[in-house]
Design a protein around this ligand. Sequence first.
Ligand code: ATP
Ligand code: MG
Ligand code: FE
Length: 333
Amino acid sequence: IFILALESSCDETAASVTKNGLEVLSNVVSSQVELHKKFGGVVPEIASRKHLELLLPVIDEALEKAGLEFADLDAVAATYGPGLVGGLLVGLTAAKAISLSLEIPLIAVNHIAGHIYANFIDNPEIKKPLICLTISGGHTDLLYFEDLKGYEILGRTRDDAAGEAFDKIARYMGLGYPGGPAIEKAAQNGNPEAVDFPRAVMNDNSFDFSFSGLKTAVMNYINNQKQKNIKINKADLAASFQEAVIDSLSSKLLEAVEKYNIKSVVLSGGVAANQRLREIVASKMKELEIDFYYPSLELCTDNAAMIGAVAYYQYLDRDFASLAISADPSLKL
Ligand code: ATP
Ligand code: MG
Ligand code: FE
């Protein structure tokens, strides 16, 4: 089964051809990061116009790299939410046109499910039940999966998403966009214990997260130092902030792992690219003898192979979309 999958929910224009679900024949990603950098974040109007320009060449390249032609495809899939509506419409409309003209099924995929399934591309044999920590630009979800058919939400962020916190603080520190990689790089030579930032504690025993208090604390720290004319050590500040985020994420994850009887823990979403987070969680899971997985770097951030992986399971379930389906910017898992 050959599936062409499209992803255009944010600022990556991506197309991928997968074979029987998890075999990635091509995974083309054209990032608009450079374009949005000067604005310090994604500008939706510019993003959708750029998707329109890039999508067809990206599709052609994905087919060519896979060594296939349109006529070889068994289905076409696209992300239909969550994300920026303009971008979603570009990918979804292209997929509809391809479905209509080739008379192949259209599969509408949830972007966040894609981030989770990215794990199974590199590691198809992950044992269940599992806990997944999805940490991206728009989401911070702690999920329990008995199998891959259903899931339970254990906790979510009450304010900013983890990636959003990285992006906002990086911008405030003048480190640029996207913030996660910039902070990680700046933190490399910094002391994570230099500044003692607060770790959000929920007093209701929930597995929810919160990053707005930390964000305010970092901004206050920067303003205070400026007022006192003290030069800020950016490496120490970045390392201390990063440590506070990782601490909050990993301690909640650990509490959940201790409460639920699971076999594996997986990370997903762009923040899962963070090396320090991977190391800290890896060492804790090793102690507990729980299998631990995260997607390879190119599968952590937005890509279409992860959409193709979800689409294959929907294909097996005959979970097809009608041509009337619309994009859903705030689609939930
Ligand atoms: P969503 O998936 O919730 O719709 P999104 O698609 O914008 O949002 P992703 O592409 O999955 O999110 O991830 C991008 C986010 O990951 C950004 O916030 C970015 O700063 C963060 N990120 C990327 N690399 C790293 C890193 N090495 N360390 C920390 N954060 C990172
Ligand atoms: Mg992105
Ligand atoms: Fe994403």
